[in-house]
Design a protein around this ligand. Structure first.
Ligand code: ADP
Ligand code: MG
Length: 372
């Protein structure tokens, strides 16, 4: 087991800088998830940690050792890729034993390591089979098993579940959580699936265009996104953003004037704002409500998606093509085109300045407190 420390890391391909200013501390035993849109640098960062990509600038330490110039095989890490990369002509046993044989381990050592890994992953009854006689999920287990046998101090996973169907992904997600519970080894896991990120991570690292946007627990990122990018990226369906301007500032929050002239309070610290300034209100679909009394915003229902227990209602308002999304009870069935009066609990509102940075929230819903 080992901690990982990354200081001012950068990556260039020729003159093209694809990652910059990466600073990150991963604690010993932590489960850290890298998320971000395709092309943001998740795999590149993981591969630099693994030793599969050269580090252009900065420092990488694993444990107490600087690893920049240490070859991949000597870093004490094991990586599992999206494609399983098993040897088709070898049995599962031999697939898992291969790395240890190359490393010159004894037969007894190899057997103990393979049996141990196979047991953890529930594939101990399949060890004689060839990869082609396995399902996708079982194959991925073998790839994970191969990593476990190496007893790495850090596991690196690059979208390990992306090739599996949805039901199997859910199942394997739980297995990853159990695996971490059992091994307690530092794990770094790359995904673009934010449900995987939210459910697995002790700590999520949100990346965009080669930079870290925010690092925090799933709860911190959900309740206290630092900026519009993170606010829009974490949460599904994504947060609604409504442009407005500051109408009033008080100790308990900021009053925002929305399109159509309606007013909505947001429980955020507005001490850096001035009346009249442009801001963007953020409200998640699960927190935007159809109001009984005074509405902050009027919108017309454009579509309804029934999802069983609840529905997603889409609505458009004057001056915006972007549809709003509300999560509503399944009993609610407004006619197409009907006018809706919308409002939100101020404690559930987010507010962003013109620079996209979030204003500190005063009331925190859930246990998460803002951490600086
Ligand atoms: P992600 O895994 O988040 O989808 P990657 O880490 O694969 O993103 O890529 C990050 C950026 O680096 C992208 O812009 C990609 O085009 C670029 N990149 C990755 N590998 C290479 C390479 N071998 N040569 C040049 N550019 C690369
Ligand atoms: Mg990738």
């Amino acid at each position: 087991m080992a901690a990982v420390s990354i200081r001012n890391l950068a990556k260039r391909y020729d003159d093209n800088e694809v990652m910059r200013d990466i600073n990150l501390d991963i604690e010993d035993g932590e489960f850290v998830v890298f998320v971000g849109p395709s092309g943001c640098g998740k795999s590149t960062l993981l591969r630099m940690i693994a030793g599969l990509e050269e580090i252009s600038d900065g420092d990488l330490d694993i444990g107490t050792r600087r690893m920049n110039d240490v070859p991949a095989s000597k870093r004490g890490v094991a990586m599992v890729f999206q494609s399983y990369a098993l040897y088709p002509h070898m049995s599962l046993y031999d697939n898992m034993a291969f790395g240890l044989k190359i490393a010159g381990k004894s037969k007894a050592e190899i057997d103990a390591a393979v049996q141990h890994a196979a047991k953890i992953l529930h594939i101990d009854h399949l060890l004689d089979r060839k990869p082609r006689a396995l399902s996708g999920g079982q194959r991925q287990r073998v790839a994970i098993g191969r990593a476990i046998t190496r007893q790495p101090s850090v596991f690196l996973f690059d979208e390990p579940l992306s090739n599996l169907d949805a039901a199997l992904r859910v199942k394997m997600r739980l297995e990853f959580a159990k695996l971490h519970d059992e091994l307690k080894t530092t794990m770094i896991y790359v995904t673009h699936d934010q449900i995987e990120a939210m459910t697995l991570a002790d700590k999520i690292v949100v990346l965009s265009e080669g930079r870290i946007e925010q690092v925090g627990s799933p709860q911190q990122l959900y309740h206290h996104p630092a900026n519009r990018f993170v606010a829009g990226f974490i949460g599904s369906p994504k947060m609604n953003f409504i442009d407005g301007s500051v109408a009033a500032i008080q100790a308990e929050g900021v009053q925002v004037q929305l399109p159509g002239g309606g007013l909505q309070w947001a429980a955020v610290d507005g001490s850096t704002l001035q009346a009249g300034q442009k801001v963007t209100l953020g409200v998640r679909p699960e927190h935007l409500n159809i109001a009984e009394g005074q509405a902050a915003l009027q919108a017309r229902c454009t579509a309804l998606e029934l999802l069983g227990d609840f529905s997603y209602l889409y609505a458009a308002y004057e001056g915006s093509e972007d549809a709003l999304i509300l999560r509503v009870p399944d009993s609610l069935d407004p006619p197409h085109g009907s006018l809706l009066h919308l409002a939100a609990d101020p404690a559930r509102c987010h507010l962003f300045g013109a620079d996209g940075q979030a204003l500190p929230r005063l009331a925190s819903s859930g246990a998460a407190q803002r951490q600086h």
